[in-house]
Design a protein around this ligand. Structure first.
Ligand code: FAD
Length: 465
């Protein structure tokens, strides 16, 4: 049986859900169908609750500094359900020489903090005299060139915290295009940052409200976001347990084959992680199969303790040079209310990532023992936890390494040559929820504006989540 639709969207993670939500909002008559292979929506967004504890298998939150995400919260009525942890008041730590070093929240305080030695601080100023680095350097090579070796563990920690990645592999142009732009425009990151700060002061003087963003989630955890979007979709426009197995370009439109059905649509949206998109796109271009990107998989170990306390702040990150077992720990009960039973704390320790996938193969007992020993070496805790749980990942984080720019160019050419095809989702325009929401809004707007238009040439994302 063949079903005809205006638009088929493959994947009901946040990307596919936001495309669907916006299509419905902008064009109530638009006949679309969202196909999801799993029995539920949300993709890698999955909250876990048990015995009064609340933890996350995927994202813990998103920063409230993205217009599209704020609009989504307003449209869905979720604004009232948000819980927020302001960056202004929540410090982070980086583990250096087996000690937690607090990272202050303002640039001036960072300069005066004893994070690196004075000679190393002078070396950081070398940035003022360095020409932009040619080519497509890795993050590590670029940071070493501009600021010197002493900052590398801190830079490593940042990319462990966001990509669970290896900064010796991630490409600076792909993961921080905005910073690279500053380098090109101002000849130095420090000069660029000063120019930006001046602009911000001007805006403030003109009455514009400027404040540091907050990490945002919901009382019941991040899963509330896809749950609410699914509620608003209503029945009829979502098919669960339906894997899209093949796509084909056809005279009458885009053909999507599932196990039992074939759909034809004017527009086809892939809202999938890069590698899953490439699997389907190989039908259109055989070279897709050679473009797979590495992924970083993270396991989360949840620890609950009674009558214990955590240092203030969000938690800590650990650079690879420390040679420890875990990637870092989130102080979950500090960040958001009601994450643990009364008089208990909860924290989530992250393991694996791009560098240590083998650790996810360990049995539960070993994972818990190793992770706990790691944390106890850094913060004071009672001997035995009251609660432990391992959350194994359902998806990996696509890594923007060698070949990523070529991959984006290939995708852009493909969508240019195939009107009605839209390729968005995890890893294409960044990896954060704000990136996904922003791109999904743009895809829905393009379809609504002209139902057979092709996707805008998307450049590498400009904003880091
Ligand atoms: C462990 C982890 C922690 C993270 N932490 C943060 C964070 O703190 N803050 C932040 O902003 N971001 C974070 N992220 C990133 C964020 O979660 C992602 O950007 C976002 O959830 C990706 O959404 P998506 O819809 O593009 O992809 P996905 O969530 O992967 O959804 C894709 C969907 O498509 C379905 N699908 C796949 N193939 C098919 C097919 N052939 N047919 C039908 N359906 C199919 C899948 O089942 C899935 O439901 C984290 C990610 C991970 C993995």
């Amino acid at each position: 049986m063949t079903n005809f639709k205006d638009t088929i969207i493959i994947g009901a993670g946040i990307s596919g859900l936001v495309v669907a939500h916006n299509l419905k909002r902008m064009q109530p008559d638009h006949d679309f169908l969202l196909l999801e292979q799993d029995s539920g929506t949300g993709g890698v967004i999955k909250s876990f609750s048990d015995n009064g504890y609340l933890a996350e298998c995927g994202p813990h939150g998103f920063l409230d500094n993205c217009g599209e995400s704020r609009q989504l919260l307003a449209d869905t009525g979720l604004e009232a359900e948000c819980v927020r942890a302001p960056l202004k008041t929540f410090v982070r730590y980086v583990c250096i020489n087996s000690k937690l070093m607090m990272i202050p929240q303002s640039p001036l305080k960072i300069i005066s903090a004893p994070l690196i030695s004075w000679p190393d601080k002078f070396r950081v100023l070398g940035d003022l005299f360095k020409k932009p680095l040619e080519g497509e350097p890795t993050v590590a090579k670029w940071a070493d060139y501009r600021f010197g070796k002493a900052l590398l563990p801190y830079v490593d920690a940042v990319f462990t915290g966001t990509y669970a990645g290896d900064f010796n592999e991630l490409k600076i142009d792909a993961v921080m295009p905005g910073v690279r732009q500053l380098e090109k425009e101002h000849g130095s990151i420090i000069r660029g940052a000063i120019a930006k700060a001046r602009q911000a002061r001007k805006k403030k003087a003109q009455g514009e409200k400027l404040q540091m963003p907050s990490m945002t989630s919901f009382a019941g955890g991040m899963q509330r976001l896809p749950e609410r979007l699914t509620e608003l979709l209503g029945t009829g426009s979502l098919r669960l347990n339906t894997e899209a197995r093949e796509i084909e370009k056809h005279e009458s439109g885009w053909l999507v084959k599932t196990k039992n059905e074939t759909f034809v649509a004017k527009n086809l949206v892939l809202g999938l992680p890069i590698n899953q998109s490439l699997g389907l796109l190989a039908e259109l271009d055989k070279t897709a199969a050679d473009m797979r990107v590495p992924e970083a998989w993270i396991g989360t170990i949840v620890f609950g303790f009674e009558k214990a306390s955590l240092p203030p702040g969000f938690g800590f990150l650990i650079p690879e040079s420390e040679q420890r077992f875990s990637l870092g720990t989130l102080f979950s009960s500090n960040m958001f209310p009601n994450r643990a039973p009364d008089s208990h704390i909860v924290f989530e320790t992250l393991v694996g990532g791009r560098r240590h996938p083998e650790r996810l193969e360990l049995d539960d007992k070993t994972l818990i023992t190793e992770a706990l020993a790691d944390v106890k070496g850094l913060i004071d805790l009672p001997d035995t936890p009251d609660y432990t749980k391992i959350l194994r990942p359902s998806g990996g984080i696509p890594q923007q390494e060698k070949g990523y720019t070529k991959l984006l160019n290939w995708r852009n050419t493909l969508v240019q040559n195939n009107p009605g095809l839209f390729v968005c989702g995890f890893g294409w325009e960044g990896i954060g929820l704000n990136d996904m929401i922003k791109t999904a809004c743009s895809v829905a707007a393009q379809i609504s504006a002209n139902p057979s238009q092709h996707q805008d040439q998307a450049d590498v994302k400009k904003v880091y989540f």
